[in-house]
Design a protein around this ligand. Structure first.
Ligand SMILES: [Zn+2]
Length: 419
C-alpha cells in the first residue's frame, strides 16, 4: 500500500494537496475525535491471564459470567451496569466477543471487556468498593478512501464485474441498493458499460478491519449515466445526491427484489397467459422462486393483506397521498405484517409464490399513482430528500473536490486518500 506521500510525485501536486485538504475537511467531520484509544486494550495484562470468548448461539451473559466463576450478585450487577451505561441488554451470537482479564491464572476476574464491534469496546472494572463500573471506548479507525473501476463484459452480472474490479461484496451490495433506485439491472446493463466506486476501508493498527461507506458511484447505464455522491447536509444528516444535487434515494424502488429478471412488462393490453384473452397488464412481473422474500418498495402503511382470484395472496401499501404499491401471488405473508402495520423501505412483507391467476412463481408488482396504475419502470419517483439552496451550493463545491480526487486516484488502484 502506498501512502499519500507517494501521490506527491504526480504533476498536479498543488491542486491535489488543496483538493485533498478540502476533501478531508468535508469528509472527516464524522470521524468522532472523542474518547479515542489506539488499537486494542489490555496491553498491561499478560496473555496467560486473558481469555477471549466468542459468543455463540445459546450463550447468555449470565452463563458466560458464571463459567468464569462470577457469583449471582456480581452477575446481576454487571448485567445492570452494562444495560444502563452501555445500552447492551443482550449478546449477539457470532458477533460479540468478551475478554476476561485476571491478575494471575487463579485469581478472580478483575476486568471484563465486551466487544460488540471492531470499533467499540465496553470495559467493566470492579472498584475497591466491589461495585462494577462501565466505560465505553471508541477504537480509532484509520480511514482509507479507495477508488475502483470496472467494466461489464459479455454475459456478466454487475456482481461478477464488480468483484473482478476488486470491490468487496458488502460495498457491492450497497452500490446495488443505491443504483436500484435509478436503474433496472435487467434492462439497463450491457457489455461495455463502465462503472466506478469511491469508498472507505477502515484500518486499525495497520490491518484492514472492515469497509466503510460508499462515497461516490458512477455507472454508464443504458438510459444515461447515473452518478451519486454521499453528502452531509448542514443539519448533520447524510444522503446520496446526483451530480446536480437532486436526492438520489427515491421514496419507492422500481424493482423491489434485487437482481430479479423481468418476465412481463407493464402494458395497456396483452394476452393473459391463463385467461387467454387480451387485457391490460397493470404491473411488472419479476421472476422469483417460491419463498423469495419480498421487500416493501418504500416506507408506508399496509392497507390490504388479502386474497383474490386474480392476485392470489397480495399486500398493498400506501406510501403517501400520491403513491400505493401492490405485491401479488405471494405464497405467504410475513408474520408481523398486517393491515395497519407501518413498514419501512426494504422490510420483508411476504414471500413469492404462484397463488391466484399465475403460471409459475413470480412477483407481480404494481405502482398506483393517484388511483391509476402506472409503469413502475418509467414513472418519475419522488426523491426522499432534496437539498435546500445553501446545501446545494455546498454540495456542488464538494462534488468538484470529490471528482478531482477521483481523477487523481483513477488508474492507480494502489493509491488511497488517508483521512
Ligand atoms: Zn403480472
Amino acid at each position: 500500500m502506498k501512502k499519500a506521500k507517494d501521490i506527491m510525485t504526480t504533476k498536479n501536486l498543488t491542486r491535489l494537496v488543496v483538493s485533498m485538504a478540502v476533501l478531508m475537511t468535508l469528509l472527516a467531520a464524522y470521524v468522532v475525535a472523542t474518547n479515542r484509544r489506539p488499537a486494542f486494550i489490555g496491553g498491561d495484562a499478560t496473555p496467560e491471564c486473558r481469555s477471549v470468548v466468542v459468543v455463540t448461539s445459546g450463550d447468555t451473559l449470565s452463563k458466560l459470567l458464571a463459567d468464569q466463576g462470577l457469583g449471582h450478585n456480581e452477575i446481576t450487577a454487571i448485567a445492570n451496569v452494562l444495560k444502563s451505561d452501555a445500552g447492551i441488554a443482550t449478546l449477539r451470537a457470532d458477533n460479540d466477543k468478551i475478554e476476561f482479564l485476571r491478575d494471575s491464572d487463579d485469581s478472580p476476574v478483575s476486568k471484563i471487556v465486551v466487544i460488540p464491534s471492531p470499533w467499540r469496546q465496553v470495559e467493566l472494572t470492579c472498584g475497591e468498593d466491589g461495585a462494577w463500573k462501565c466505560n465505553t471506548v471508541d477504537i480509532e479507525r484509520d480511514v482509507h478512501v479507495v477508488y475502483r473501476t470496472g467494466e461489464i463484459l459479455d454475459g456478466d452480472s454487475f456482481y461478477l464485474a464488480g468483484s473482478r474490479a476488486g470491490i468487496p461484496a458488502g460495498i457491492l451490495a450497497d452500490v446495488y441498493d443505491l443504483l436500484a433506485f435509478e436503474m433496472d439491472f435487467e434492462r439497463d446493463v450491457r457489455a461495455g458499460q463502465k462503472f466506478s466506486v469511491l469508498y472507505e476501508e477502515n484500518f486499525s493498527g495497520g490491518e484492514k478491519v472492515d469497509n466503510g461507506r460508499v462515497i461516490a458511484i458512477a455507472f454508464e447505464a443504458l438510459r444515461g449515466d447515473v452518478k451519486m455522491y454521499r453528502f452531509r447536509k448542514s443539519d448533520g444528516t447524510s444522503g446520496y445526491y446526483d451530480e446536480n444535487g437532486n436526492g438520489a434515494i427515491k421514496s419507492l424502488k422500481r424493482t423491489p427484489i434485487n437482481n430479479a429478471k423481468i418476465t412481463s412488462n407493464f402494458s395497456g393490453g396483452r394476452k393473459h397467459p391463463v385467461l387467454g384473452y387480451t387485457r391490460a397488464h397493470k404491473g411488472v412481473d419479476f421472476r422469483a422462486a417460491t419463498g423469495t422474500p419480498i421487500p416493501a418498495a418504500g416506507a408506508g402503511r399496509v392497507v390490504a393483506r388479502s386474497y383474490n382470484r386474480g392476485h392470489g395472496n397480495f399486500v398493498k401499501i400506501r406510501h403517501n397521498k400520491e403513491f400505493e404499491t401492490l405485491y401479488a401471488h405471494m405464497s405467504r405473508f410475513a408474520k408481523n405484517v398486517k393491515v395497519g402495520t407501518n413498514v419501512r423501505q426494504g422490510q420483508i412483507i411476504g414471500y413469492a409464490g404462484s397463488t391466484g391467476l399465475s403460471t409459475g412463481p413470480h412477483l407481480h408488482y404494481e405502482i398506483i399513482r393517484n388511483g391509476k396504475h402506472v409503469n413502475p419502470m418509467t414513472v418519475k419517483l419522488p426523491a426522499i430528500s432534496n437539498l435546500g439552496t445553501a446545501d446545494k451550493k455546498k454540495f456542488l463545491e464538494y462534488r468538484k473536490v470529490v471528482d478531482e480526487a477521483i481523477q487523481q486516484l483513477d488508474g492507480k488502484p494502489n493509491l488511497f486518500i488517508q483521512m
